[in-house]
Design a protein around this ligand. Sequence first.
Ligand SMILES: [Fe+2]
Length: 200
Amino acid sequence: MQKFLHAAWATPNFEQTTDFYQQVLGFKVSDWVESRAGFFRAADRYHHSLVLIRAERPVFNHFCIQVESLDDVMRARHNALKGGVKLRDDLLRHAPSGSIGFYMKDEMRGFAIEFCIGHPQLDDATHQPRILPSVPETMNVWTASLPPPGPAAAAAPVAGGTADGAPVAAAPEVPATWAPGTGVTADGSRDISGSAVVAG
Ligand SMILES: [Fe+2]
């Protein structure tokens, strides 16, 4: 095991709690999932050391261990299943951080334990908090549909021009659906209604 990476709580006082962790304890917001969850980083700059989730009652959701390799994730998963431990969520990649992992249940205590790799550190000087949509693809990018086949996708120009410097004739049409990791707003607002529940 490499690091005790983060913990996640559900809270009925979402605004007060997120304000407290930022203004009193000094956490920085990394991303929001609509108005339903916030990801907060500490001085070590990992994308999130703390996740707060809006809920009807306060519940400890999970804690996360970062491990050294995908083999460690898979070994932990294998040992959990071999030992009869139930999984809350099987292998996935989160959109907010890009980490890959899984969650095993602690049924006695009612929370989950996440094992993951690939959790990035952010640059405080340049990172702008995003507001990601509350959809299944935010929880797990692998639930997204495959892009439709066809020449349009292969011929899409590179932003800013072609590799040989020629101007781009027309910008590609942006699909109406959100693509994982790109559904971004940066104005800091969180007054967006959502429907799905997320976890970090
Ligand atoms: Fe997590």
